[in-house]
Design a protein around this ligand. Structure first.
Ligand SMILES: Cc1cc2nc3c(=O)[nH]c(=O)nc-3n(C[C@H](O)[C@H](O)[C@H](O)COP(=O)(O)OP(=O)(O)OC[C@H]3O[C@@H](n4cnc5c(N)ncnc54)[C@H](O)[C@@H]3O)c2cc1C
Length: 445
């Protein structure tokens, strides 16, 4: 049988290799480390965790990432098995002994007769064969250029510029209102596409003070090459002048406060719909390098967002990722070259767990293809399905930025109550539905 080739033995590539071998299909795993490193990786081991040693919450009832753990365990995932074997005490989180974890993943892959690990950099996109590209946020320059030659320059970003994303139901609509600037748009939906949060002068000045005073994170050494002015953090814009934001992303022009039509706002924070379901909104132009604690504090001073719950907080990182909603089909294949699948962080998911999950899925799909069969994505009601559905279609392509798994990606349940108070009932209902649907998906393979 023809082997499946995988480029990159990170969290995604390692999981994909395992799944393919378990399905009885041979694998060639191409990894450039240790001969060629990145600024973040320190070893030549597979599945190296480059920063924190946490797989985040292990609560599979009340937390979406915990539910993703559950699904990966149910699908006999290698990453979860080795994380469980090398876990450290960390309360409700799944933290691991990183060196022992990576060594165990490496040994498991080396011991698997169907997997051959080849230490080499791949610098071109192959035109034939069954390939998975899982080269991560630090995809080597040569391969990144090759990807750009096929997909177009705009389709592969080298930095993310993540604006915070808010659960729509937690925005106070007695303060905020829906309106596009100058009511632009053909349809009523377009004319009401943004949610606006008004500020008076005192609120704006206090907000600028808070931005300037907030704790910020620094770029890692070697991370900023190629960083450009187009995605300046809001706090940097504020440092350039107290009025800069009021003339930039917070400009109040073309907007009328629906609750107080006679009152002119001094500044307006706009939120734009972030997914087809309409459950998530991003704060427009608010990419930031403020620390997470500071972000929550500062953004909750915005009128209408006092009780906001964040699906993800903002950030700017060196991060190679595709515009997957336009480039990938629902089997994670590059539309222009269906012999290539992408998996892991390069597809625009974010985090160790999400990346490994996309590797698991791509591995199962590629193995099925090698055997002349087909594995569809899990239903969007599962954590894995919600994530892959988001990156391959549910997300807004024009503003696509990397995404963590979160309940905002799940189709809403009709019977569960909305709002913050409803979460106690709603989250267990989401995760129970996810478990039932994921089990059915697995059983059908
Ligand atoms: C500085 C930094 C800090 C981070 N901190 C965290 C964190 O704390 N928590 C978290 O959850 N996530 C974090 N991330 C994100 C994390 O790196 C990813 O979620 C995860 O590692 C992605 O898995 P992956 O398999 O897609 O990519 P990786 O794990 O990066 O694996 C990609 C592999 O491909 C190899 N490769 C690249 N190009 C080629 C090529 N041309 N040929 C052959 N091999 C190649 C690389 O050497 C690497 O081994 C961080 C990322 C960075 C850059």
């Amino acid at each position: 049988m023809e082997p499946v080739h995988i480029v990159g033995a990170g969290l995604a590539g390692s999981e994909a290799a395992w799944q393919i071998a378990r399905a009885g299909v041979p694998v060639v795993l191409h990894e450039m480390r240790p001969a060629k490193g990145t600024f973040a990786h320190k070893t030549g081991d597979c599945a190296e965790m480059v920063c924190s040693n946490s797989f985040r919450s292990d609560d599979d009832v009340m937390n979406a990432v915990g539910q993703l753990h559950w699904e990966m365990r149910a699908a006999s995932g290698l990453i979860m098995a080795m994380a469980d074997r090398h876990k450290l005490p960390a309360g409700g989180a799944l933290a691991v002994d990183r060196d022992a974890f990576s060594a165990a993943v490496t040994q498991a892959l080396q011991a698997e007769p169907l997997i051959r690990i080849v230490p080499e950099e791949i610098t071109e996109l192959p035109t034939t064969g069954n390939w998975i590209i899982a080269t991560g946020p630090l995809t080597s320059d040569m391969l990144a250029q090759a990807i750009r030659r096929v997909t177009g320059t705009e389709a592969l970003a080298f930095f993310d510029a993540i604006a915070p994303i808010v659960h729509a139901e937690t925005i106070d609509m007695s303060v905020a209102w829906e309106q596009s600037r100058y009511d632009k748009g053909e349809t009523e939906a377009e004319q009401r596409a943004y949610i606006n949060c008004p500020m008076n002068r005192a609120q704006y000045e206090a907000f600028i003070d808070a931005l300037l005073a907030a704790d910020k994170t620094e770029f890692h050494e070697g991370e900023t090459a190629g960083y450009f002015d187009g995605c300046l953090p809001i706090e940097v814009m504020a440092e350039r002048g107290r009025e800069t934001l009021r003339h930039g992303p917070m400009k109040p022009v073309g907007l009328t406060n629906a609750h107080k039509p006679d009152e002119k706002s001094y500044a307006v924070v706009q939120l734009r719909r972030d997914n087809a379901l309409g459950t998530l909104y991003n704060i427009v132009g608010f990419q930031t390098k403020m620390k997470y604690g500071a972000q929550t504090q500062v953004f909750r001073t915005i009128p209408g967002l006092e009780n906001a719950s964040f699906a993800r907080l903002g950030g700017i990182h060196r991060n190679s990722f595709l515009n997957s909603p336009t480039l990938l089909d629902n089997r994670m294949r590059l539309r222009q070259r269906p012999n290539l699948r992408f998996a892991g962080q390069v597809t625009g998911v974010e985090g160790y767990v999400e990346s490994a999950a996309m590797g698991l899925l791509a591995g199962r799909m590629a193995a099925a293809q090698a055997k002349g069969a087909d594995v569809p994505s899990p239903p969007p009601t599962t954590a894995m399905g919600a994530l892959v559905n988001h990156i391959t279609g549910g997300a807004e392509a024009r503003t696509f930025q990397p995404m963590n798994v979160n309940f905002g990606l799940f189709p809403p349940l009709d019977e569960a109550r909305g709002g913050r108070k409803g979460r106690k009932d709603r989250y267990p209902a989401y995760t129970q539905r996810a478990k039932d649907d994921f089990s059915a998906w697995l059983a059908a393979q």
